[in-house]
Ligand binder design. Structure first.
Ligand SMILES: Nc1ncnc2c1ncn2[C@@H]1O[C@H](COP(=O)(O)OP(=O)(O)OP(=O)(O)O)[C@@H](O)[C@H]1O
Ligand SMILES: [Mg+2]
Length: 285
């Protein structure tokens, strides 16, 4: 434990003065709302804007970003944590040059690492620092500890909800749970699979109204992605819709979203060592 604390201090000192990285968790209360599709295609759009973007597949249950993009990772987070491979060896390249850290394949939770595994995780991420502008964390749905740990460590979360009432209430429940865990997280709402701009705006308004009334945290409106058959089509072909169908409705929405993320400054920029260290601190509690 003392060793880890001094290691963290060392990394923090070494990285002081760097520009910092935008680290954003992409989460939802309900499953199947489009998180993985959004991460993959947002990463492509950001990379096309010359922002080096890495996705961490943090869905420990069913890793699927690799399936979505027809990638075949040989190694994953488990190999990093067990000291068998370096971060550079486990990262794979996807469409348009996006980078993906493949998820551990199932059983091992980040909350169950021993001290040596924690160190490997911290060091691995700290080493990758210079190659990243945006780090997107594709989490599992719901409020398991693995998910909430990643959200706290990121410090910023995009909560994805669809027009389905259950998705709306589960998104609210996620934010309510997070409110009790940390006061420092920055929340924004992204409506996916909206039938129209009007429908998306109505959902946004209603959601903000409810959160303002019953919660103490502020939720920003991040916008929407329209429901588009080009998404399902790209999923079937295992390609990115932003690349496969550059002008479709969903691609246009993703590009607007990427622009928004680049243009609004976040005070949350951190170093990757901060991020990995924070995950480790939380999981030791
Ligand atoms: N904007 C959209 N228009 C049409 N279909 C969409 C859209 N976004 C997502 N989908 C569909 O929703 C399905 C689920 O998407 P995805 O796997 O990205 O969700 P998820 O939130 O990551 O799910 P999980 O919670 O299981 O990780 C996909 O099969 C995709 O075809
Ligand atoms: Mg997913």
């Amino acid at each position: 434990m003392n060793d880890q604390a001094s290691q963290l201090r060392h990394l923090a000192t070494r990285k002081r003065g760097r520009k910092g990285i935008r680290i954003i968790a992409v989460s939802s209360g309900k499953g199947g709302v489009g998180k993985t599709n959004i991460c993959a295609n947002l990463a492509v759009a950001l990379t096309q804007m010359n922002k080096k973007t890495v996705i961490v597949d943090a869905d420990m249950g069913l890793a699927n970003i690799d399936v979505l993009l027809r990638l075949h990772p040989k190694f994953n987070l488990e190999h990093l944590i067990n000291g068998e491979k370096s971060i550079k060896e486990i990262i794979i390249e996807g469409p348009a040059g996006i980078k993906i850290v493949p998820s551990a394949s199932g059983n091992q939770s980040l909350t169950e690492l021993d001290s040596e595994q924690r160190s490997k995780f911290i060091q691995g991420f700290a080493e990758f620092e210079d190659n990243v502008d945006f780090l997107l964390i594709d989490t599992a749905a719901g409020i398991s500890k693995n998910v909430t740990d990643f959200i706290v460590a990121a410090g910023e979360v995009i909560v994805v909800a669809t027009p389905e009432p259950t998705s709306f209430t589960d998104a609210y429940a996620l934010i309510k749970t997070m409110e009790h865990i940390s006061k420092k997280v920055k929340f924004s709402l992204l409506v996916n699979m909206a039938e129209s701009v009007e429908q998306a705006q109505q959902i946004e308004e209603k959601f903000i109204l409810v959160t303002e009334r019953f919660l103490t945290v502020k939720v920003e409106k991040l916008g929407f992605i329209l429901k588009d058959p080009a998404v399902t089509n790209a999923v079937r072909k295992q390609v990115s819709f932003v690349l496969n169908n550059t002008k479709c409705k969903a691609s246009t929405c993703i590009k607007v979203l990427a622009n928004k993320l680049c243009n609004y400054c976040s005070s949350n920029n951190k170093t990757l060592a901060d991020f990995a260290g924070q995950i480790m601190e939380i999981t030791q509690e």
